[in-house]
Design a protein around this ligand. Structure first.
Ligand SMILES: *Cc1c(COP(=O)(O)O)cnc(C)c1O
Length: 436
């Protein structure tokens, strides 16, 4: 399988696309074509088994082709259950993506990328034996997932940059409880400053002769491919049990998670309608309403991991469906403001005994807004992107109860935390890399 850049002009293989992250012109890599399956052709039961079948065409002709099953077993090794919800009428289930090491769906992609990169390295090392240094700027969730996923991977080091005083206490702990090959840098600046430092490091030619740098951000194709797998698996489990297609509602920020669902449907999986639930950041809803793509600065909401004003994966969606009329028929969008998020968390706690994180609450709200005939007449799956215990400071006040800390988080919270202070300048990061 060849990987092509969305703006044309660049081509590479799977390992190249994973190591580069972005194409040289800043556009995104997509598979030359999406494979097609018949739902009855897939026989795997578990996420890892289904992943091994579905992703095989993406790995053809790659140095990792023989490692796909091992990568799926290694990365997709925590539960991703589809749980029925006890609504009064209708068929509603929740796909729980929050049982990984850092309790958010980003664990899936980060673990898959880490498992793949670790196995790709020996092949590359014949040309370059320097350790691979992954740099990641984070406003919270991504950095923790990447640090956890790459911790103790052979031949790879990770530098996580996060903005001082701008992540929640639990997020900070999850960013700074690692040892060995993971270092955490507390930058006295904003997330944008962290991101600028990472970008500067990648474009600093001198620095790149001394260090082999790579990125693990969420637009990496190695993080997107496994996001196809759990949507496909959930649709197959539903289809095998009921013989019908399920509709999905996906909390959406940068559009990576939902793109996994859209690709799964395009690959022939039994998925019906796809609804994107966004927060008050209106770039996607405004685009689908008007056809005008107008990125803008993000605004802060309770669903902070979805605070994206320039959703980069739209480029991949428009590559898949270039015709605007067709695109508009392919997805719907429900924007959800903070008041609705609060209301939904309180309502579903009373009604279903379920506590949603603020991101998942957007999808639950969208479900409740569906016209009754559609809501009750068709099966629906809402995608739960994070565990509420990660957002305890928001959620506990709304439900007026405490959220028990799940064991995965308790383990991390017990580890000692440490990080290194960094000035918000490219030279400070270069210095830290040289001293590593
Ligand atoms: C990243 C994230 C999202 C948004 O996912 P995208 O792929 O950026 O659309 C939603 N919820 C949580 C908890 C996240 O961490």
């Amino acid at each position: 399988m060849r990987y092509l850049s969305t703006r044309g002009g660049h081509e590479t293989d799977l390992v190249g696309a994973m190591l580069q992250g972005l194409a040289p012109d800043g556009s995104l890599y997509v598979a030359e074509e999406l494979p097609r399956f018949d739902a009855d052709e897939i026989h795997g039961e578990t996420i890892a088994e289904i992943g091994t079948e579905l992703l095989a065409p993406f790995f053809v002709d790659s140095a990792l082709a023989d490692s796909l099953a091992a990568i799926c077993d290694d990365a997709l090794n925590f539960p991703i259950p589809l749980e029925a919800l006890a609504v009064e009428q209708g068929d509603l289930a929740v796909l729980e993506l929050f049982h990984g090491p850092t309790l958010a769906f980003k664990d899936v992609g980060a673990r898959f990328l880490a498992a793949a990169m670790e196995r790709a390295l020996p092949d590359l090392d014949s040309k370059d034996s320097r350790p691979l240094t992954i740099l990641v700027a984070t406003s919270g969730d991504t950095g923790a997932a990447v640090a956890a996923a790459f911790h103790r991977r052979r031949g790879i080091r990770v530098g996580v940059l996060f903005p001082k005083d701008l992540v929640s206490p639990r997020q900070q702990h999850q960013l700074t409880c690692w040892t060995g090959n993971v270092r955490s840098f507390e930058v006295s600046g904003t997330f944008d400053a962290c991101q600028a430092m990472v970008k500067a490091a990648f474009t600093d030619a001198d620095l790149n002769t001394r260090h082999r740098l790579s990125a693990a951000n969420s637009i990496n194709i190695g993080r997107l491919l496994p996001q196809v797998v759990y949507h496909a698996a959930a649709s197959l489990w539903h289809y095998r049990a009921h013989g019908t297609q399920a509709n999905f509602i996906v909390p959406t920020g940068n559009l990576g998670n939902a793109l996994g669902c859209i690709w799964a449907r395009a690959m022939g999986m039994p998925i019906g309608d796809i609804i994107l639930a966004t927060n008050a950041n209106r770039t996607i809803p405004d685009f689908l309403a008007t056809g005008d793509w107008q990125p803008r600065p993000s605004i802060q909401t309770l669903a902070s991991a979805m605070d994206v004003g320039d959703p980069s994966n739209m480029e991949r969606l428009r590559d898949l469906i270039p015709d605007f009329g067709e695109l508009r028929r392919a997805v719907e969008v429900y924007p959800v403001d903070d008041a609705a998020i609060r209301q939904q968390i309180a309502k579903d706690y009373r009604r279903l005994g379920r506590v949603w994180c603020p991101h998942t609450a957007t999808a639950a709200w969208a479900y409740d807004q569906l016209p009754q005939a559609r809501r009750i007449g068709e099966p629906w799956i809402i995608v739960a992107t994070a565990h509420p215990a990660k957002f305890d400071t928001i959620v506990e006040e709304i439900i007026d109860a405490s959220v028990p800390v799940p064991p995965e988080l308790a383990v991390l919270l017990e580890l000692p935390a440490h990080c290194e202070a960094l000035q918000p300048h490219a030279s400070a990061l270069a210095g830290a890399l040289d001293d590593w």
